[in-house]
Write a protein that binds this ligand. Structure first.
Ligand code: NAD
Length: 470
């Protein structure tokens, strides 16, 4: 019997999609045969096809948003904004290719000139996550195609229909079927793809655990380029500010948007003792008002379900773990439906815990830590092996300067949510959050390698020193 991947809607449990698991060898072979032809097309042509993809997707924008809402459990308003982000990716990728990896000529008085050009790696594997199942893979697929690679895209086994929709629109735009292929499968297929000799590079978005597994698997194979976009245990620090309501709103948006299922979601609220009651009180009051509901509810909810029942169970167990190890509940995590993964936002004070687990709890669970001075706040913010995002709310400019200089993260924001990031800037973290190959605007860097050529149209040479007289 062939293995199948079955996709269920988190909100209803209804089956949305099913397909047999793909054959890695077969797809890699096709990609290897295709990539030379794709790379030999002009850059203008590859860009044109990606632009046509925008037109194709615009025609089906509403259906795509509805599918994402169903399959990923996102409120429709949020799924729509994800589709807009996918559409915007093409022009950003075109610009980023030109700025990061285009041709340049460096003048060199004695030796003619040196040309700097970039070549594609060949066959790139794009492995996608379950939440932001369209936007993040698109952010890898489009730059990899523009650079001239063939792409094998393995969407998450929890969002394969979203992945298939994306690929279908790209094919309809004229991107050749073998230059971009969909590989259906779960983690085992991901492992096989990563290890395949015919794959030249991996663009991965997912958990640190699986990113480390990929790194380990390829430790003896430095020839493959690996870009890892992993998770975080992100701090948001609230310091001196008279604007408590705004501060609390930024905290709530940071912690609970997308039901806390963003790599950028705030996991730890670090707050000055003197502001604790006001800030935490306001955060709780706002979290109490959050509507949790199904993607198509009217009026729309702020939060949908988490991705599946397994995730909901893991999160409720984590909340109980924190409780039983010294955490003080501020707002309990409640499973609203025994059958489906709807969770309320939850808040727990973990200041008194002897040891806080430094893990990414990927859902609507916010820990609160009380501190007395700013050095302690920075030390708490840095008390993690991750380093994706850190935000400071409030504080004077000199506080922000200190925060920026001392906090360890690839994204550092001030008076903005932890989620505030623009695709026009690089995005990535340090520590367990990645491997120093940031995505978004810098994704182009991982999709092509530089070739430097010193060139002169005619041979012209002399040896000026150390020769015998003739
Ligand atoms: P996940 O790690 O469970 O799965 C991601 C993908 O990897 C899936 O397609 C899965 O099938 C595949 N996979 C699993 N094990 C693998 C292995 N050993 N080898 C190859 N492929 C493997 O992650 P998820 O739950 O889908 O997504 C949530 C995670 O992604 C969170 O940790 C989140 O922080 C992270 N994330 C990071 C970013 C970023 O840009 N830094 C963005 C979004 C999400």
């Amino acid at each position: 019997m062939t293995d199948e991947i079955v996709s269920l809607a988190p909100a209803t449990g209804a089956e949305l999609w099913r397909a047999p698991v793909g054959d890695v060898d077969e797809l890699v072979e096709r990609a290897r045969r295709a990539w030379g032809t794709w790379a030999a097309q002009s850059l203008a042509n590859r860009i044109e096809l990606c632009r046509r993809f925008v037109n194709e997707l615009r025609k089906e924008q509403d259906s795509f948003a509805e599918l994402i809402a169903q399959e990923c459990g996102k409120p429709l308003w949020e799924a729509r904004s994800e589709v807009e982000a996918v559409l915007a990716r093409v022009e950003i990728s075109v610009r980023s290719y030109a700025e990061r990896t285009a041709q340049r000529r460096l003048d060199n008085a004695m030796q003619g000139s040196t040309a700097l050009r970039h070549k594609p790696h060949g066959v790139m594997a794009v492995i996608g996550p379950a939440t932001f199942a369209a936007h993040l893979p698109a952010g890898h697929i489009i730059p990899a195609l523009i650079a001239g690679n063939a792409v094998i895209f393995k969407p998450s086994e929890k969002a394969p229909a979203t992945g298939e929709f994306l690929v279908r629109c790209m094919h309809r735009a004229g991107i050749p079927a073998n230059a971009l292929q969909l590989l259906v499968g779960g983690p085992a297929i991901g492992q096989e793809l990563v290890a395949h000799d015919g794959v030249d590079g991996i663009l991965f978005t997912g958990s640190a655990l699986n990113g480390i597994a990929i790194n380990r698997k390829l430790a003896t194979n430095p020839a493959k380029i690996v870009a890892l976009e992993l998770g975080g245990n992100n701090p948001i620090v609230v310091w001196d500010t008279p604007k408590i309501q705004d501060a609390a709103t930024l905290v709530v948006q940071s912690a609970f948007a997308t039901s806390g299922q963003r790599c950028t979601s705030a996991r730890r609220l670090i707050v000055r003792s003197s502001l604790y009651d006001a800030v935490v009180g306001e955060v709780k009051a706002l979290a109490d008002r959050i509507v949790v509901g199904a993607p198509f509810d009217d009026p729309q909810p702020f939060m949908g379900p988490v991705i599946d029942n397994g995730a909901a169970e893991g999160l409720t167990e984590s909340f109980v773990y924190l409780l039983s190890h010294g955490g003080r509940p501020i707002k309990h995590m409640v499973r609203l439906d025994r059958e489906r993964p709807f969770l309320t936002p939850s808040i727990i004070d973990t200041t008194a815990m002897a040891e806080r687990p430094d893990v990414e709890l990927f859902g609507p669970l916010l820990q609160v830590i009380r501190v007395d001075d700013f050095d302690e706040a920075i030390a708490e913010a840095n008390a993690t092996r991750f380093g994706l995002v850190a935000a400071l709310i409030g504080g004077a400019p000199q506080d922000y300067n200190r925060f920026w200089a001392n906090v360890r993260a690839g994204v550092v924001n001030w008076n903005q949510t932890t989620n505030a990031a623009t695709a026009g800037a690089p995005f990535g973290g340090i520590g367990l959050s990645g491997n120093h190959r940031p995505g978004a605007f810098y994704t182009a860097d991982a999709c092509a390698y530089p070739v430097a050529s010193t060139e002169l149209e005619q041979p012209r040479a002399s040896i000026g020193i150390g020769l015998k007289e003739v």
